[in-house]
Design a protein around this ligand. Structure first.
Ligand SMILES: NC(=O)C1=CN([C@@H]2O[C@H](COP(=O)(O)OP(=O)(O)OC[C@H]3O[C@@H](n4cnc5c(N)ncnc54)[C@H](OP(=O)(O)O)[C@@H]3O)[C@@H](O)[C@H]2O)C=CC1
Ligand SMILES: N[C@@H](CC=O)C(=O)O
Length: 413
């Protein structure tokens, strides 16, 4: 028999209301006791006595055994989740920024206080990728995970490529539909998919990577010329986070716009849908597909975590505790398309092995190799309006890199 969950819910916005819609009228052996919100003057669809702005009314209520954290403020969310875990309450959260930033501490708190924190809704909305990475895939067999992890930027790219909508109009639609973060630069700048990638990498490889160490380049500088270039080659541009083993001991991670060909699973992932490609040694490629943003899809993932808590489910972080010797590295070269204005940019990024170059007054690009390390060292340059880069999908190794991993099996080149 599962135990009855008495829930303290933080946040009644897109996801909080989505969750409430889903559980309304269902016999799920759970009850929302109180809801904490920020603005006491907002009109609510539920009875006023359920709402409070006092966090302690939930956190200190002995009747509440489960906290569901769905607010849009990562710092406040961390404080709530920390207090809840310390007091022995189980927690469900969808706050990827908070989780990615504090994962090691959150794991320690769970283990010290015997509480459980679940966060399937934080990574790719309705797609059950965390539990699959945690339970199903053995880390030695996983070559890589990549995909579309952000519904808003994918919605914008779909509207641009399929309907010729302007970037600003498409972004406004993504915001109106409740897909975008409160500050949409988190979406279009590739930060939100980076936080999701950091969480997914922790469950895929047991590697807890500080998100600041992961390169994220977004789609905010995309221009008409880039779109035309991709169309002429029959590519679509997608914002793709990647975690990949490049040798038996080394994992690279980054978030970059990518030219995607029509035979790629990601090519037909449109609008707010997300897709995750898992490359495993023997199973080969597997693909997960589903809605990555929106109140109901995310609410469904949150509800699945709530249901799992009824049976005391917890992440064991087995791969993290195994100390499997995997390390995070930036020591890899990738091939990129770079649109730029000043030759200085090409020099600064040390682009070499240039295989394509185009130069006109209003449009210049090169396709060549760059090291991930150099890209990370030049993040400011990459954010400038007149610069756009996209991964072509190809990797290369320098002689030096091959030597560095010479005792290892290089998994692909
Ligand atoms: N929208 C989506 O598709 C998805 C969102 N997420 C994540 O879920 C979380 C919630 O997102 P979303 O529902 O879209 O956000 P919204 O902006 O729609 O709602 C945020 C809610 O949090 C409340 N809130 C903000 N700060 C506080 C605080 N300090 N104390 C109490 N309540 C607070 C707000 O209160 P008030 O109502 O008074 O303003 C509001 O109810 C975020 O972490 C987001 O990244 C994850 C997956 C998908
Ligand atoms: N802003 C996010 C919401 C879900 O995580 C997105 O667009 O994917």
């Amino acid at each position: 028999m599962s135990k009855k969950l008495k829930i303290g819910l933080f946040g009644f916005g897109v996801v909080g209301q989505g969750l409430q819609d889903i559980i309304r009228g269902q016999d799920l052996n759970l009850e929302i006791i109180k809801i904490a919100i920020k603005n006491p003057d907002k009109k609510r669809s539920l009875d006023a006595h359920l709402f409070t702005t006092d966090h302690d009314e939930l956190l200190n209520n002995p009747e509440i055994n489960t906290i569901v954290e769905l607010i849009d403020d990562a710092d406040a969310a961390f404080s709530i989740v920390k207090k809840a875990l310390i007091s022995g309450k189980n927690v469900v959260s969808a706050n990827k920024k908070m989780i990615a930033t504090h994962l090691a501490e959150l794991v320690e708190l769970q283990e010290k206080h015997g509480s459980s924190l679940l966060y399937e809704g934080a990574v790719c909305g309705s797609i059950p990728i965390i539990r699959n990475l945690e339970e199903y895939y053995d880390n030695e067999l996983l070559h890589g995970i990549s995909g579309i992890f952000n519904g808003s930027s994918n919605y914008i790219l779909s509207k641009i490529f399929n309907e010729n909508l302007e970037y600003g109009v498409a972004l406004k639609q993504a915001q109106d539909l409740g897909f975008a973060e409160t500050d949409p630069i988190l979406d279009v700048g590739g930060y939100d998919p980076k936080f999701k990638l950091a969480i997914a990498t922790a469950h895929a490889y047991g590697l807890f990577i500080n998100p600041d160490k992961i390169l994220n380049v977004g789609i905010q500088n995309l221009s008409e010329n880039d779109i035309r270039y991709a169309r002429e080659k029959n590519f679509k541009i997608k914002l793709v986070p990647t975690a990949r083993k490049i040798s038996t001991k080394q994992v690279v991670t980054y978030v970059l716009p990518k030219f995607v060909k029509s035979d790629d699973f990601l090519y037909n992932v449109e609008n707010e849908y997300n897709g995750v490609t898992v490359q495993a040694a023997f199973a080969d490629k597997q693909f997960f597909f589903g809605k990555g943003a929106g109140g109901h899809p995310t609410g469904a993932a949150v509800l699945s975590d709530i249901a799992a808590l009824r049976y005391d489910y917890r992440y064991e972080y087995k791969k993290y505790h195994q100390h499997n010797g995997l390390v995070h590295t930036d020591n890899v070269n990738i091939e990129i398309y770079l649109r730029y204005v000043h030759e200085y940019t090409v020099e600064k990024l040390k682009i070499d092995n240039i295989i394509e170059r185009f130069s006109r007054n209003d449009y210049k690009y090169v396709i060549g190799n760059v090291s991930l390390k150099t890209l990370l060292a030049n993040r400011d340059l990459l954010e400038q309006k007149d610069v756009f880069i996209a991964h072509t999908g190809r990797y290369t190794y320098t002689e030096q890199q091959i030597q560095v991993v010479s005792e290892e099996e290089i998994l692909f080149s």
